[in-house]
Unconditional design. Structure first.
Length: 182
């Protein structure tokens, strides 16, 4: 069974707006290492559209620094599943996921492979409610953003986690991985 792993960048005050974090080469290498632990990505519509706009190849010249190109080359060809009731079609090596979220994700987890990787805010909340996330990673950036969105707002029950690893980066960011206590 493929594990479902969640990773998100978050500021010290809880903001997970992708524009609020620190962007550097070391954290991009970390993100590539995360992607290398999966053979498919699971996105909600908003995250899918944001990632496609940012990372779809070929990029216009100068779209990002040279050190960001390995991330683009890694994410671009990966299989992507998009949970959406509003999109009629997707591309960028993507497939729409419709119907019962729990059943659909359990089906994806039962397929053979290294793992599934999920990002975003709303979809992970729904997956946490269903108890489907096998690993949580929070990359905490040493910054106060002063605005949202925040993680897991409205979660109906506690999810107790056990720390399984911790990595510190030169920027002061700390990546902490947790597994749910079952």
């Amino acid at each position: 069974m493929r594990p479902l792993r969640y990773s998100i960048n978050v500021t010290l005050d809880g903001c997970c707006d992708h524009r609020a974090g620190i962007v550097d080469e070391e954290l991009h290498r970390h993100a590539i290492e995360n992607l290398d632990r999966a053979d498919a990505l699971l996105f909600g519509r908003v995250t899918y559209e944001m990632m496609e706009a940012a990372w779809r190849l070929p990029a216009r010249p100068g779209a990002w620094p040279e050190w960001m190109e390995p991330f683009a080359r890694t994410i671009h060809p990966m299989k992507k599943y998009v949970v959406s009731s509003t999109l009629d079609r997707v591309d960028w090596n993507a497939e729409l996921v419709r119907g019962d979220l729990g059943k659909a994700v359990q089906h994806l987890k039962r397929e053979s492979g290294k793992g599934l990787f999920v990002g975003g805010v709303k979809l992970p909340l729904a997956l946490a409610e269903l108890g489907l996330i096998d690993e949580y990673e929070f990359v905490v950036h040493p910054r106060l953003a002063g605005h949202g969105p925040t993680l897991f707002a409205g979660l109906s029950k506690h999810v107790d986690l056990k720390l399984v690893s911790r990595l510190e980066y030169g920027s002061g960011a700390v990546a902490m991985r947790y597994e749910p206590r079952r």
